[in-house]
Design a binder for this molecule. Structure first.
Ligand code: ADP
Ligand code: MG
Length: 397
């Protein structure tokens, strides 16, 4: 895929002004950052550049201000929390202005105002990109999670300055390349979650690339129904039967083995350990029951599949994991994948908002090779799309 430059190629950073596109779009609760994962992800790049004597100018968006200044979405709110995470002083600069930036000294770190306060950001307006580029000598993109958007601070600017991938971006791209770009075979993909309709392109892309496609979650219900199984009141998209069968045919042509569950966990209501809970064969689901997880026999068979594989890419939980015991299959298979990874027999890469939550709940996330928190960008990558922010790095000056 890639020929992007990294911080290793950047040369002498000392005294240079470097714009670093980061993800500071953190969730806030009552004026406090409720999850600082994204702030911490910037530390390797920011610390390295500041230690080398660069003037580090952080560019980011925050919320959806629609091209207008909005004090409730000012990055001034993130400056103090960021300073605490970084462990050194951070200046806030409220305008994209050369004179304001000129007051900074080598080794200083500053956060510039929310790029989405300017309408040119989301339009990828060349004039706004040029205004940003004029502030600096070099550009570093360390926000993979924003790379699926062709915005001025993620795409346009990379054509105007020498452009490099930051450390977090580099790690993400290398992990994704290992998982689907040029993976060790056999490769398995787990695709779960609620709906086939949100992941059609993911499925279409994967069947041509992986040796085993493991389908779970509500999506499995749609596939089972397409094959004529009565799934009762399960979440299923019956109107997508034709599409599901096309995907199964494409998989067969590509020699991709599709794994659907043959036993399932069902209940009459989605509640914690409801009285109607039972495990049954997929052909024995009653009209008033819902499939809420895949069954233990299926999980055991899937664990055996993973044992034969060298690479795993995972998006989507296998069941309604927020409500126990419908997290059982996801937790068990995640732990198997984690153990195989630790033994050195599997490269495991996972992503997706709910997937990350489920892997954390299973205590498995730490033991995966790489867990992406990039959300939309991760899914677009699973769809085989070229991400504009990454493509721009590949052709940057
Ligand atoms: P991700 O955020 O990792 O991409 P999704 O958003 O596609 O994952 O799917 C996660 C959701 O799918 C969860 O809320 C989970 O409860 C739901 N889900 C999984 N299996 C089922 C099922 N059998 N019935 C209903 N909902 C399910
Ligand atoms: Mg989700």
């Amino acid at each position: 895929m890639t020929s992007f430059k990294t911080l290793d190629d950047l040369g002498d950073a000392s005294g240079k002004r470097i714009l670093v596109r980061v993800d500071l779009n953190v969730p806030m609760e009552e004026g406090k950052v409720s999850d600082d994962t994204r702030l911490r992800a910037t530390l390797p790049t920011v610390t390295e550049l500041a230690d080398k004597g660069a003037i580090v100018l952080l560019l980011a968006h925050f919320g959806r201000p629609k091209g207008m200044p909005d004090p409730a979405m000012s990055l001034a709110l993130v400056t103090k929390p960021y300073e605490q995470v970084l462990g050194r002083p951070v200046r806030f600069i409220g305008e994209w202005d050369k004179q304001a930036v000129a007051t900074l000294a080598p080794g200083d770190v500053a956060i510039l105002e929310n790029t989405r306060f300017d309408p040119g950001e989301e339009k990828n307006d060349p004039a706004f990109a040029a205004r940003l580029a004029a502030l600096s000598d070099l550009y570093v993109n360390d926000a993979f999670s924003a790379a699926h958007r062709a915005h001025a601070s993620t795409e346009g600017i990379a054509h105007l300055l020498p452009a490099y991938a930051g450390r977090a971006m580099e790690a993400e791209l290398k992990a994704l390349e290992r998982a689907l770009g040029d993976p060790e075979r056999p490769v398995a993909a787990v695709v779960g979650g609620a709906k086939v309709s949100t992941k059609l392109e993911v499925l279409r892309h994967l069947v041509a690339r992986v040796d085993h496609l493991i389908i779970g979650g509500g999506m499995a219900n749609t596939f089972l129904a397409a094959r004529g199984v009565d799934v009762g009141r399960s979440l299923a998209e019956h109107d997508l039967a034709g599409t599901a069968n096309e995907i199964l045919d494409a998989a067969e042509r590509a020699n991709c083995t599709v794994h659907l569950p043959y036993d399932v966990v069902v209940a009459k209501e989605l509640a914690a350990s409801p009285p109607s809970l039972r495990t049954c064969d997929v052909h024995e689901v009653a009209a008033d029951e819902m499939i809420l997880d895949i069954g233990p026999a299926a999980v055991e068979a899937l664990a055996d599949v993973l044992k034969t594989c060298r690479t795993l890419v995972w998006n989507g939980p296998l069941g309604a994991f927020e409500t126990p015991p419908f997290d059982a299959a996801t937790v068990a298979l995640a732990r198997t994948a984690a153990a195989l990874t630790q033994e050195g027999s599997l490269v495991s890469v996972a992503g997706g908002g709910d997937t990350v939550a489920a892997l954390n709940r299973a205590g498995a996330a730490e033991d995966f090779t790489f867990v992406s928190t990039a959300g939309g960008a991760f899914l677009e990558w699973m769809e085989g799309k070229e991400l504009p922010g990454v493509a721009a790095l590949n052709q940057g000056k």
